[in-house]
Ligand binder design. Structure first.
Ligand SMILES: [Zn+2]
Length: 175
């Protein structure tokens, strides 16, 4: 388990750089070698998370440093393609015929086995009104050869929700 002991030293060396900085024009690079396996696995239609052995948090997508305990997560764990919607919001598309604005769900999914959420699109056939927090979903991979990035998951699709049918049975029984 690697703790980031150097962080305090880095702070000691922080300097002020006078001048005007247009940060929006900057591009930065970072070394993805430690998380290369994540992208290689995506290309094979497999999902892996990175587990922090300091606090047991599982990150998907992986993080180079655990913001909770400043340990470098280094244990890869296999994840299922299923998860639940943790939260969601809408973007709006204009219906070309009617000119009406139609809400399109953008969802944050917590994959089964992971502790973090990530933001994805839903199956375009699913209406915004049918999306709810706790909704079980499954990743839909793109067809053909994959690129080895998160875009390889085209969208998330709704799957059967046993809890929902129980709720509906209870409602029907109550009438
Ligand atoms: Zn941690």
């Amino acid at each position: 388990m690697r703790k980031l002991e150097y962080i305090k030293k880095e702070y000691a060396r922080t300097r002020t750089m006078p001048g005007k900085w247009y940060l929006s024009s900057c591009r930065y690079k970072f070394n993805i070698t430690p998380v290369r396996i994540f992208f290689d696995m995506l290309k094979q239609r497999k999902l892996v998370g990175l587990k922090c052995m300091g606090c047991n948090h599982v990150y998907f997508p992986p993080k180079l440093v655990c913001p909770r305990c400043l340990t470098m997560p280094d244990k890869w764990v296999g994840l299922r393609e299923t998860g639940v919607i943790a939260t969601f919001t809408a973007t709006y598309d204009k219906d070309e015929k009617t000119g009406e604005l139609v809400p399109v769900p953008i969802v944050a999914v917590r994959l089964d086995g992971a502790d973090t959420i990530y933001i994805v699109e839903m199956n375009p056939n699913i209406k915004f009104d049918d999306v709810y927090v706790g909704m079980p979903v499954k990743a839909k991979w793109r067809d053909g050869e994959l690129q080895g990035n998160l875009n390889d998951i085209e969208y998330f699709d709704a799957i059967d929700d046993p809890a929902k049918s129980i709720t509906e049975d209870a409602k029907a029984g109550g009438n």
